[in-house]
Design a protein around this ligand. Structure first.
Ligand code: ATP
Ligand code: MG
Length: 211
């Protein structure tokens, strides 16, 4: 398992110029909603690859609850996407360290691969908050936004300068918040979290403590 971006390019599977989806998240833990969102965003925007970019320090969430170590969250994502065509775990924000700002991630990807076309994949809840992000004008200039629906959240109408692709997916009312509670209570995670990620959670006793 390598987090070097992108494994697909290193394997020589894709052309020099790629359509790259950047799907950021805390992934605490990764679940079926994330995976179905990623593959449908990839399909809707015809992306070569979707990078599931694990936030090192999700600045909007710190202080609200204790967040699982970034390395563990990255391993959960890597285990979940292992062998799935077109999805890759990325540890770019872990290697950069500090607070995770999407604008820095997009800028770094642009610098590494100037010919790529970048797409930012977000659920409707995150799409509604984009205006609170750091250097949001730069984000809009660097990437086209691919919005997936999320149950209970109206899809916001993003105006120019945002460039938007709508991606549909079956409504999956699943969240990491609920899954952490399930794990803590000993309720089943099966089919909501991919099996390899469940194994990692159990082996490393993640979410066992009250948090
Ligand atoms: P938490 O409850 O801890 O906030 P989460 O389930 O919302 O976790 P995040 O890591 O916060 O997961 O979300 C990462 C991205 O995945 C966001 O863009 C979010 O909108 C999207 N996403 C998460 N769950 C779903 C879902 N069930 N359907 C569609 N998109 C989702
Ligand atoms: Mg969330």
């Amino acid at each position: 398992m390598s987090g070097r971006f992108p494994v697909a390019r290193a394997r020589g599977t894709y052309a020099a110029q790629m359509r790259v989806g950047v799907f950021g998240g805390t992934f605490d833990p990764i679940h079926v909603g994330h995976l179905v969102a990623a593959v449908n965003a990839r399909h809707a925007a015809q992306l070569d690859v979707v990078l599931l970019v694990v936030a090192n320090q999700p600045w909007q969430k710190t202080g609200q609850r204790s967040i699982t170590a970034a390395r563990d969250r990255y391993h959960l994502v890597a285990a979940a996407v292992e062998g799935i065509d077109g999805l890759e775990a990325s540890d770019l924000e872990l290697r950069r360290g500090g607070n995770s700002y999407t604008v820095d991630t997009l800028t770094e990807l642009r610098r590494l691969h100037p010919d790529d076309e970048l797409f930012l994949v977000v659920g409707a809840d995150v799409a509604a908050e984009l205006d609170t992000w750091e250097r949001v004008e730069d984000v809009a200039a660097l990437a086209t936004v691919v919005v997936v629906n999320r149950p209970g959240v109206p899809r916001p109408r993003l105006q120019a300068p945002w460039r938007v692709v709508d991606a549909g997916m079956p409504a999956l009312d699943v969240s990491s918040t609920d899954l952490r509670a399930r794990a803590r209570d000993g309720r089943p995670l099966e089919f909501l979290v991919p099996d390899p990620a469940i194994r990692w959670i159990r082996t490393h006793r993640l979410y066992a403590e009250d948090r």
